[in-house]
Design a protein around this ligand. Sequence first.
Ligand code: MD3
Ligand code: FE
Length: 213
Amino acid sequence: MTADLFDSVAEAQPSREQIADGAVLLRGFVRPIEGELVEAVRAFVLQSPFRRMTTPGGYQMSVAMTNCGERGWITDHTGYRYDPIDPKTGAPWPVMPPVFRDLARRAAEQGGFRHFAPDACLINRYEPGTRLSLHQDKDELDYSAPIVSVSLGLPATFLFGGLARADKPLVHGDVVVWGGPSRLAYHGVAPLAEGEHALLGRIRINLTFRRTR
Ligand code: MD3
Ligand code: FE
């Protein structure tokens, strides 16, 4: 009886853990809306499909990407940038739905950033073996806004400042708010391990919400 009472108290308090200076991990934050998020991504890719882009150095990325929102992150032989037009379709990116805007804003608030209004959401797709090498996110104009990342599907070993965070993999439903000193930290993702996820199968999806201007 008492255990039940304490359980409900624990559930009323969102899980919030500082994992680096300025970075807050919200375990399972999007579990209540996981179905809506996955359905939205399925709809986006009918309009703007996943594609593996080419870096300015001429390498094809291992991660497949698409975007939603007013602007999308792209890379090609000329460089990296945010663009309102999907170069693959010649049309604007899919509109960012209210459920996306709302979750990004609520998560940022938990991380100490009020009124976060993302204008871009980069959507990354990983399969077993896919990796993302260490990089900084610095194509945005104002680094005082955080980046909010959402993990769905298979778990990932996250790399931060060159260190593998295998002890704390990012799993389905996790959200991280990257602000303050962590905003410009080097980060990446180790090659995805084999696995099968109940909702997404052999796939990991990562959403990153950004304020680009
Ligand atoms: C730390 N995505 O899209 S999410 C990216 O899992 C990106 O797909 C990875 O890095 C992924 O740029 C990592 C965690 C993450 C996202 C953005 C950050 C960590 C970050 C920005 C600054 C510092
Ligand atoms: Fe990044």
